[in-house]
Design a protein around this ligand. Sequence first.
Ligand code: HEM
Length: 223
Amino acid sequence: MKKLFSSSVGQKLIMSLSGLFLITFILVHLLLNLLLLVGPEAYNKAVHFMATNPLMHLMEPVLAAGFIFHIIYATILTLQNQKARPEAYAVVDQSESSSWASRNMYVLGGLVFIFIALHLVNFFFKMKFGVGGDLPKVVYEGIKMDDAYPLVSGLFKVWWYAVIYVIGAVLLALHLRHSLWSALQTLGMNNSNLRPILENISILYAVIIGLGFSIIPIYFLIS
Ligand code: HEM
């Protein structure tokens, strides 16, 4: 077990598994938030379901651990790579097949982290812990629940918040474009026939996430 955390193969495995877990979370999170485009009732009901479902309560610490492991091991592996390749600062050969995004996963991940921190302040702490006052309530089919819709839609009426969220979505897409393929490769799916298919699935996933998370702030900004 100790070896899993200290060997480089084990560390890469932890990065891949935590990455795949976060990739799944992000897709579910997008689907839930796209309900904002359907209307207040659909969105509030979905948020209420997530907030009251015991399985979701169980998943919250797992999600936090997924993020923490992912960030710690990203830092360890990046530092190790820099030590192993002191020429990292030398001029980069642009003819190399790796893209800018793949060479800068740590930088992109760091920027996404800053975005997530702001995002948690915007929504999570307010909805979860009532920071800044309790949310207004609504009743649907006799069930009383938080009216989360105006908090989220109202934020994106502020143009610069909408811009920050679109930039966050683009950064996340660039980070994810490489992540899915990289995680699957570490888990052994690296045969040459599979490679182009998996690379295309990674790109498709990244585009869906980038566009999906951008559409929400843009919709509220212009509506
Ligand atoms: C338009 C874009 C987005 C909207 C409207 C949105 C909305 C929300 C809301 C309302 C919450 C609080 C939910 C609650 O506490 O019940 C939340 C939490 C969270 N969001 Fe987002 N989100 C967006 C984009 C993102 C992106 C791009 C990420 C990056 C991975 C992300 C990661 C998280 C995390 C980690 C949490 C805390 C865990 C949770 O409550 O599920 N969100 N988001």
